[in-house]
Design a protein around this ligand. Structure first.
Ligand code: PEP
Ligand code: MG
Length: 575
């Protein structure tokens, strides 16, 4: 028995035998060809490209049916590469000039482009290189008459690979593939997104999976915890079987909950919103029955690319999210660049303390050119539905005044340009810096709503870097100081008649969600998958009871005391 740890990117437990998928097309032997055979070879290449295009179009179509248009979009760049003359012409040139086979020529193209991309080295180019490799692999497998993904008939196996391209992930037949494990990859890679859409448990970024796991090993994949167990003992198999049964039961229950409103026993409506990073996540948002989107982290539209998203591109992205949400609220947060997120090609200065640096609204107020494009797109999209906007990283009142004034200026520009927009868009701010919480009385006079960003509020209140594992034990959502700032914010919001929500991770912990409701928040926004468990608790309890519980919380002096108290009290209430 051996345990490996990675990043759980698609929840669920899977049992099966390991099947190592080697993507060895770069080592496929090429060969020299006779000059007289050059045209024949080029014909072979073109046929393989046409076939690859057909296959990818088919995969795209299937994905459109099973997961939706947003996921299918992932393959648009693949199809573009296959239709574009660049790949075809470069390969043809090498076949003609060097008298080599298609396989040889394609390998050379990849090497050449790899070097180019390597020199520039941005995430955008790395991703595009991955797409190109994916496409070339398809072509080569067609040249060899073994279309990729059809190489093997799966029988309840777990695919283990160094990396899986989106095409490979998709060509796995969901009926037979139990899960997958890769050495590299991240939560936001396209492959991870597809895995979640198809609901195949997946753990990525294991680094040593292909070294440690052998073909035929018995595996358990825990995509929720990011754990892989090789050749598990009978007692572990038993343990995970129980866990899987629990998950299945929970899934059924959550499915039923989806259609029920988020309302307490004494009929108080609590809005449950979802946090998203990519427009394609709307499918998941709807699946888990969110009332709307409480935080759309738009900076992801700016990452992994070589240029800035245009007004039109952003307008279409925001509008499509709004339309897919079918009349429900969507709250867009203006870009929160800085901290640990940077625009790939943007020469941001190196800072010693980036989380205390040129971030969020500070960046936007200085780079008004970038800000203007986004605000224009937001105002225009807001014409098509209930779209609200909020600013991140507000630390002073003057920032809010300046940002609002700027929105007014942008409205004038849009008017002159004759574009349709919503002049009455609701404007909110994130309360995620202690100074903003302490100034919330004044701030509430300038905005329509507050959304508490507890992820940052905790780090700034407790001086605990949110991404530093070494001090993770000090990162405490129920630390009385954090709760005090939240309380002040809620009270000041109510005093001035604006609503207040919370969109940090702590809102997704059911016990803490109950406390926050008791403290008076009107809206909770969280990862879509967390919604059912929170909704279940809300429906079982009276708001009145939660207020009573919350009123006593300041008697406790530490996170642990508060959390234990919450657990005890909620248990007494039978939830
Ligand atoms: C927060 O800080 O709580 C928040 C929701 O924003 P982010 O996690 O994107 O900083
Ligand atoms: Mg934040």
């Amino acid at each position: 028995m051996k345990k490996l740890k990675g990043l759980g990117v698609s929840a669920g437990i899977a049992f099966g035998k390991a099947w190592i998928w080697k993507t060895s097309f770069l080592t496929i032997p090429g060969y020299m060809i006779d000059k007289s055979k050059v045209e024949e070879e080029i014909y072979r290449l073109n046929e393989a490209i046409i076939e690859a295009e057909k296959e990818i179009a088919e995969l795209q179509e299937n994905l459109r049916d099973t997961a939706g248009e947003e996921y299918a979009e992932i393959f648009s760049f693949h199809r573009f590469l296959l239709r574009d003359k660049f790949l075809r012409e470069e390969t043809e040139k090498i076949i003609r000039n060097e008298n080599v086979s298609c396989e040889n020529a394609l390998r050379k193209v990849i090497q050449k482009i790899g070097k180019e991309f390597g020199k520039k080295g941005t995430d955008f180019l790395k991703d595009r290189r991955r797409d190109l490799l994916d496409v070339v692999e398809k072509i080569i497998s067609n040249l060899r008459g073994t279309p990729s993904g059809k190489i093997k008939k799966f029988k309840n196996e777990i695919v283990v690979a160094e990396d899986l391209s989106p095409t490979q992930t998709l060509s796995l037949d969901k009926r037979y593939v139990r899960g997958f494990v890769t050495d590299i990859g991240s939560k936001t890679s396209h492959t991870a997104i597809i895995a979640r859409a198809l609901e195949i448990p997946a753990v990525v970024g294991v680094r040593i999976a292909t070294k440690e796991i052998e073909n035929g090993n018995d595996l358990i994949v825990d995509g929720t915890e990011g754990i892989i167990i090789i050749n598990p003992t009978p007692s572990l198999i038993e343990k995970y079987k129980k866990k899987k049964e629990e998950e299945i039961k929970l899934k059924r229950k959550f499915n039923l909950l989806k259609k029920l409103p988020s309302i307490t026993k004494d009929k108080e409506r609590i809005i449950l919103h979802a946090n998203i990073e990519f427009p394609e996540e709307v499918t998941t948002v709807k699946k888990y029955g969110a009332d709307g989107i409480g935080l759309f982290r738009t900076e992801y539209l700016y990452l992994n690319r070589k240029d800035l998203p245009s007004e039109e591109e952003q307008f279409l992205a925001y509008k499509s999210v709004l339309e897919k949400m079918e009349g429900k609220t969507v709250i867009i947060r203006t870009i929160d660049i800085g901290g640990d997120k940077f625009i790939s090609h943007f020469p941001a200065p190196r800072e010693l303390n980036p989380f205390l640096g040129w971030r969020g609204i500070r960046f936007c107020l200085e780079r008004k050119d970038i800000f203007e494009t986004q605000i224009k797109a937001i105002l225009r999209a807001a014409y098509h539905g209930d779209l609200k906007v909020m600013f991140p990283m507000v630390s002073t009142v003057s920032e809010v005044i300046e940002a609002k004034k700027f929105i007014d200026e942008v409205k004038e520009i849009l008017k002159k340009e004759g574009k349709e927009f919503n002049p009455d868009i609701e404007i909110g701010i994130m309360i995620e810096i202690p100074s903003a919480a302490l100034l919330s009385e004044e701030l509430s006079k300038h905005v329509d709503f507050f959304s508490i960003g507890s992820n940052d509020l905790i780090q700034y209140t407790l001086a605990v870097d949110r991404i530093n594992e070494k001090i993770a034990h000090l990162y405490q959502p129920c630390h009385p100081s954090v709760l005090k700032l939240i309380k002040i914010t809620i009270e000041n919001a109510k005093k001035n008649g604006i609503w207040v929500g919370i969109c940090g991770e702590m809102a997704s912990i059911p016990e803490i969600a109950c406390l926050l409701i008791g403290m008076g928040v009107d809206e909770l926004s969280m990862a879509p998958i967390a919604i059912p468990a929170v909704k279940e608790k809300i429906r079982k309890v009276e708001k009145k009871k939660l207020t009573e519980i919350a009123d006593k919380v300041f008697e406790f002096k530490s996170h642990n005391e508060v959390f234990n108290y919450l657990k005890r009290k909620l248990k007494q209430e039978g939830i």
